[in-house]
Design a protein around this ligand. Structure first.
Ligand code: C2O
Ligand code: CU
Ligand code: CU
Length: 482
């Protein structure tokens, strides 16, 4: 179906290999049931949606608790559902010992309420943004985004799903019973040491490649089992890992239908057997379990990584003749590219190569976690510097390329949707289609970006690599829109 990703010199997986042998896949523990995060619907809330960022203790592996953080709980946060057209009020309280922010990744909202690194919530403080939801149905998410500490806080658990719904989506008759046939699937990987303690080492490997785990989690549970109705299921997949690329496929090779990218529904379902999700990306898929057979979802990985089970589905009951897959999903217009469209070149670079102009700030490979190991356009992130100024309403072409060490970077832009125009100088691949906010960059990509949200000097929007260790070490820039 697709010609797939070409990944030359793929280096990401190396970091976790040493630990994997020690722990073994899923150990021999009984599989846990898929936990379903509670659903908070904004229309059911009497006042603002309340989120409390708090520390906790969480049992990932049997008999072992680890210090974690979550929203309204010990690990991760509730699934939030908001409705297109509404102004949604939030009250986000910080009960951590350090600054945090909450970024609505995937919402098209002005920068003042976007929750980026400038929207700091001090310990003890409550942030009360009113967030206008003016976009089509989509699977978005929210996560901590404090300056320099995003990797640590997201790893500790500060993330959750954020679903936008609208009338068009509801009219399609897609599976929509949350936790029953419309399942939240938050994919993560965590690193446990030989004593099965959760660790987050800062060393050469993690600084260079991002933090890779040796245990795969879904909604916080290692390789869980979901009992599902024997019929059509909708999976809302989020890669909320720090760095890992998930390459998802079912163990019996069954195909599924991809129906939504980050920005919402595709125009029509796309049959696939395999789907890549880089850190920060989301996808919705429809899978038919009417045959009643147990099936595993796998991370089939990129060579030399081995295949790992992600979770298992156990269909229950008689095959429901039920829901059909709609032939058409959504109508939306691609922006036309004016001849005059402004082009910007964005160069992502790691490891001290392709970084002319850095001026000796690197300190070689010593102090690997230090700021400036990963840069954009030769510059490490600076909270006080505006890197790009965009005019409100403009459609631009951003050419994003990788220099220096050959590495895959999931590139994310706040406050926009974009489409992939070209990849590696050619037509984009099947998996590039749709409205996006995060895109895999290994080969050069050209993105058609539409800027519809204002961003001020005081709280600009971010563009960055979504490998959180890259972002925190400097692979991020800021822009205003006005
Ligand atoms: Cu999901 Cu700037 O982040
Ligand atoms: Cu974002
Ligand atoms: Cu990166």
């Amino acid at each position: 179906m697709s010609r797939g990703w070409k990944r030359r010199g793929f280096l990401q997986a190396a970091g976790a290999a040493g630990f994997a042998a020690a722990l073994g896949p899923a150990s021999a523990q009984e599989a846990r049931r898929l936990p379903i995060p509670p659903l908070l619907d904004a229309r059911a809330a009497r006042g603002p949606i309340e989120l409390v960022a708090q520390a906790g203790q969480f049992e990932f592996l049997p008999g072992r608790t680890s210090p974690t953080a979550g929203y309204n709980g010990a690990y991760l946060g509730p699934t939030l559902r908001v409705h297109a057209g509404d102004d949604v009020r939030f009250a986000v309280t910080n009960r951590l010992q350090e600054d945090t922010t909450v970024h609505w990744h995937g919402l098209l909202v002005p920068s003042e309420v976007d929750g980026g690194p400038h929207n700091t919530i001090a310990p003890g403080a409550t942030w009360r943004p009113t967030v206008p939801v003016r976009q089509a149905a989509a699977t978005a998410w929210y996560h901590a985004h404090p300056h320099g500490r995003t990797g640590a806080q997201v790893y500790s658990g500060l993330a959750g799903l954020l679903l936008v719904t609208d009338a068009q989506e509801q009219a399609l008759g897609l599976p929509a019973r949350y936790g029953v046939d419309d399942l939240p699937i938050v994919l993560q990987d965590k690193l446990f040491d030989r004593e099965q303690r959760l660790v987050r080492p800062v060393n050469h490997m993690t600084a260079m490649h991002g933090l890779h785990g040796n245990v795969l989690l879904v909604n916080g549970a290692p390789q869980p089992v979901a009992e599902v109705p024997a019929g059509l299921l909708r999976l809302r997949l989020l890669n909320a890992g720090n760095a890992r690329l998930f390459d998802l496929a079912f163990d019996d090779g069954r195909s599924f239908h991809w129906i939504a990218s980050e920005g919402g529904l595709l125009r029509e379902p796309v049959p696939l057997k395999r789907l890549s999700l880089a850190a920060g990306q989301r996808a919705e898929i429809l899978v038919d379990f009417a045959d009643g057979r147990a099936v595993r979802l796998l991370d089939v990985g990129q060579a030399p990584r081995r295949t790992q089970p992600v979770m298992q589905f156990l269909p229950q009951g008689a095959g429901a003749p039920g829901s059909a897959i709609p032939a058409k999903l959504a109508q939306w217009d691609s922006r036309t590219v004016a001849q005059s469209a402004r082009r910007r070149r964005i160069v992502l670079a790691s490891g001290g190569m392709g970084m002319g102009g850095m001026g000796g700030g690197m300190g070689g490979m010593a102090g690997m976690a230090s700021h400036g190991l990963h840069v954009i356009d030769s510059k490490p992130f600076d909270m006080g510097r505006i890197d790009q100024r965009v005019r409100l309403g403009d459609v631009e072409i951003w050419e994003v390329t990788v220099a220096g060490m050959v590495m895959l970077h999931p590139f994310h832009i706040h406050g926009v949707h974009f489409e992939v125009l070209r990849r590696g100088g050619q037509e984009p691949v099947v998996e590039d289609q749709g409205r996006r906010d995060t895109v895999i960059v290994d080969e050069p990509v050209e993105l058609l970006v539409h800027f519809t949200q204002r961003a001020s000097e005081q709280a600009p929007f971010m563009y960055h690599c979504h490998i959180l260790e890259h972002e925190d070490a400097g692979m991020m820039g800021q822009f205003t829109v006005g």
